[in-house]
Design a protein around this ligand. Structure first.
Ligand code: NDP
Length: 446
């Protein structure tokens, strides 16, 4: 079935939301053969319903900075789809945030959450607030104001936000405190909580570790593994740091990390000692990569995009932000011998880049499958909160590992069923869609 008319309608009804258009197009193009086989989904107009969020919230977030000035930001929560469980998805605080970014992330989240096998619907939220350069007091006042509106729309059985860019343990802590004060309820309304107050072991590591577990399965398909592979990594936040940690454990050489101003190139690769310096600089001192280069010898710091680095690599793990790898960068990866791209960030490859991967046998692990370990472990945090129990690191890590194996398998199986065994992009879209579509069908026209 030709879904172009629905894509056109999405573009027309959501003007200027280019990232949302890109995400919808990417998924819908994979679904055409599914609809040919499932006339019941066509009859119930599932596709046109799935691209329309169930609810969109947009609100004012006023707060007072350290100088006593009143500042105003905009807050968002898009509750996209609750067919298979409560809305679930992170909050992003970054100056680039607007409705189109939150809608693209929320839409992706529907299929990603479905792939995890856990009962979680899709949602996403955030603000155009920039935490960079703000004091702890300013971040606290902003997040409290943000939660003063959000609290009435979320809850442990309704919508459970988590972190994303610019939202880590500190921000989750302040938001949880404010939610508890306003509702008088100590409940699992957020994931990524501190270990002392309802958090789960492995949640901090989960997206990065999960990404590497997923890429390991892909390498297995190519009859190889991580040992001695050169890994080109972007980002230096939560996902990149723990992906680097797992790569080191598996014997790979991660030779780059990046932030929004530049990147580190380390010809020797990261080791545990250097990673600990990076963790301190990024997680504790909240400083820049240029500061890392001042402390660690033998590394180079360059301004600009890490994807312009013209050096050989085997595996690319983009872990910073959307559309960071364009056609030109993908061609450079190809020229430098890259055999596999697995996405830790959401939608980090442009459509041109993805075409280059698919046409040139660069094995491609799309974000909604490869980075689902974060939300999967959030799902495990929700389970532990409901059970009022906590599992050990090893128990939780084994569950995460098994979930990533199962996401890889279901994506591969769906791709095979539809005649393109190595096309995990198509497979992940189809496998994620099927469960949500069946659930929407069963629940009637709502
Ligand atoms: P963090 O805020 O911890 O780190 C983000 C990293 O990416 C930083 O190094 C940041 O640099 C860099 N970055 C952000 N924006 C840009 C930009 N416009 N250009 C270049 N670099 C940029 O976020 P996370 O590590 O949590 O998230 C990274 C990606 O992973 C995002 O796409 C997120 O949606 C995705 N993701 C995260 C999950 C999680 O559990 N945390 C789960 C699934 C996906 P700087 O410090 O200079 O801003």
């Amino acid at each position: 079935m030709n879904l172009q008319p629905i894509i056109d309608k999405v573009v027309q009804k959501n003007p200027a939301e280019v990232e949302f258009h890109q995400a919808v197009k990417e998924v819908l193009e994979s679904l055409e053969p599914v609809l040919d086989r499932h006339p019941e989904f066509v009859k119930a107009n599932i596709v046109e319903r799935i691209v329309e969020p169930e609810r969109v919230l947009m609100f004012r977030v006023p707060w007072v900075d350290d100088k006593g000035n009143v500042q105003v930001n905009r807050g968002f929560r898009v509750q996209f789809n609750s067919a298979i469980g409560p809305y679930k998805g992170g909050l992003r605080f970054h100056p680039s945030v607007y409705l189109g970014i939150i809608k693209f992330l929320g839409f992706e989240q529907i299929f990603k959450n479905s792939l995890t096998t856990l009962p979680m619907g899709g949602g996403k939220g955030g603000s155009d607030f920039d935490p960079k350069g703000k004091t702890d007091g300013e971040v606290m006042r902003f997040t409290q104001s943000f939660m003063s509106e959000l609290f009435r729309h979320v809850g442990a059985n309704c919508d459970v936000p988590a972190g994303d860019i610019g939202v880590g343990g500190r921000e989750i802590g302040f938001m949880f405190g404010q939610y508890k004060k306003l509702t008088n309820n100590f409940e699992g309304v957020l994931t990524g909580k501190g270990l002392d107050w309802g958090g789960s072991l492995v949640r901090t590591e989960a997206t990065g570790y999960g990404l590497v577990y997923f890429a390991e399965q892909m390498l297995n398909d190519l009859n190889t593994n991580f040992e001695n592979k050169i890994v080109r990594m972007s980002g230096s936040g939560n996902v990149a740091i723990y992906a680097t940690e797992k790569c080191i454990q598996l014997g790979a050489k991660v030779d780059t990390v990046s932030d929004s101003t530049g990147y580190i190139y380390d010809p020797e690769g990261f080791n545990t000692e250097k990673l600990n310096v990076l963790k301190r600089i990024k997680e504790v001192e909240r400083k820049r990569l240029s500061d890392y280069a001042k402390e660690v010898t033998g590394v180079e710091y360059h301004e600009g995009s890490v994807w312009k680095l013209d050096k050989p690599c085997d595996v690319a793990l983009p872990n910073a932000t959307q559309n960071e790898i364009n056609g030109e960068a993908a061609n450079l990866l190809l020229k430098n011998g890259c055999k596999l791209v697995a996405e830790g960030a959401n939608m980090p490859s442009t459509p041109e880049a993805i075409n280059i991967y698919l046409k040139n046998n660069i094995y491609y692990g799309p974000a909604k499958a490869a980075n689902a370990g974060g939300v999967a472990t959030s799902g495990l945090e929700m389970s532990q909160n409901s059970l009022r129990m906590s599992w050990t690191f090893e128990e939780t890590d084994v569950k995460l590992h098994n979930i990533m194996k199962s996401i890889h398998k279901s994506s591969k199986d769906a791709a095979t069923e539809y005649g393109q065994p190595m096309n995990l992009q198509m497979g992940a879209n189809i496998a994620g869609f099927m469960k949500v579509a069946r659930s929407m069908l069963a629940q009637g026209i709502i």
